[in-house]
Write a protein that binds this ligand. Structure first.
Ligand code: FMN
Length: 109
């Protein structure tokens, strides 16, 4: 779902696409992912980023998308927000979810 949303936004805005990726190999089984994600959250993990924005200075407005995991962002999003200085940038969050909408993630960002 997220990639489709990102593609739609890129088409509408003419923006560039960037994929946040991590070295963490998430379990294939959905139930295992759910447990793994809960543990990442409990331990306040910062999964390693394997993709990096090299030319942040070229952008003023950044749409940042993520799925809702356990009423929060996946912990790799914390790694992402830790990595960059987004001051003076406009961040427009978008997300996918099964009913929890943004939970408190807008405040967190
Ligand atoms: C680990 C995990 C935790 C989730 N927690 C929530 C949640 O708290 N609230 C919610 O509405 N959806 C939750 N979901 C559903 C995801 O938000 C949904 O599967 C995702 O947005 C679908 O997007 P995707 O197809 O890009 O993965 C969770 C999914 C996973 C895998």
């Amino acid at each position: 779902m997220l990639p489709q949303l990102a593609n739609m936004i890129a088409e509408e805005t003419g923006g560039d696409l960037f994929s946040i990726q991590t070295s963490v190999d998430y379990p294939a089984d959905i139930n295992d992912v759910i447990d793994y994600a809960a543990e990442e959250q409990d331990t306040n993990a910062r999964p390693e980023l394997t993709t990096h924005i090299e030319n942040l200075e070229d952008y003023d407005t950044i749409f940042v998308g993520y799925p809702n995991w356990w009423y929060d962002m996946p912990m790799v999003m914390y790694s992402f927000f830790d990595e960059y200085d987004f001051s003076r940038k406009t961040i427009i969050p978008f997300n996918s979810h099964n009913g929890s909408r943004f939970s408190d993630t807008i405040n967190t960002i």
